[in-house]
Design a binder for this molecule. Structure first.
Ligand code: CU
Length: 141
């Protein structure tokens, strides 16, 4: 019979192998740039946490909040996020890059990313960014 310590060691080894496997898959190449995609919020996380989009083309993003609490999806550069971290706007006006996501709701936005590079999408409701509600948009040629 296998003792508890051996079992834990075996589980740790299996987890390490799975981690290496996941990294290998990520390293195998990014998905192609998409103009129509979906981001799901569940347990205060964005899935996927990285999207790849083409520069200069309208991108339709369906935002699905599967949580029983409100969230928001704000995409931009560091300057945009710096403002929102201290922002006092209770509700954002209609901007394609700033979407309010009430509990258990779906919203669709269309954004044209004008420059190649990396932006982030973050939920700036109190504590959510620190918890990990952060993702990356890679805008590619
Ligand atoms: Cu949130």
């Amino acid at each position: 019979m296998i003792d508890r310590r051996s079992l834990l060691l075996a589980l740790a080894a299996a987890a390490a192998l799975l981690g290496i496997g996941a990294l290998a898959v990520v390293g195998a190449g990014r998905p192609p740039a998409a103009t129509d995609l979906e981001i799901v919020v569940r347990y205060s996380r964005f899935t996927p946490f990285e999207i790849v989009v083409p520069v200069g083309v309208p991108v339709t993003i369906r935002l699905v909040n599967d949580d029983p609490i409100d969230h928001e999806w704000i995409v931009g550069d560091e300057a945009v996020h710096a403002v929102h971290r201290v922002g006092t706007e209770p509700l954002h006006p209609d901007r394609p890059t700033e979407v309010v996501l009430p509990a258990m709701s779906v919203a669709t936005t269309v954004v044209t990313f004008e420059e190649p590079g990396a932006l982030r999408y973050i939920c700036h409701l109190p504590g959510h960014e620190a918890y990990g509600m952060v993702g990356t948009v890679r805008v590619v040629q």
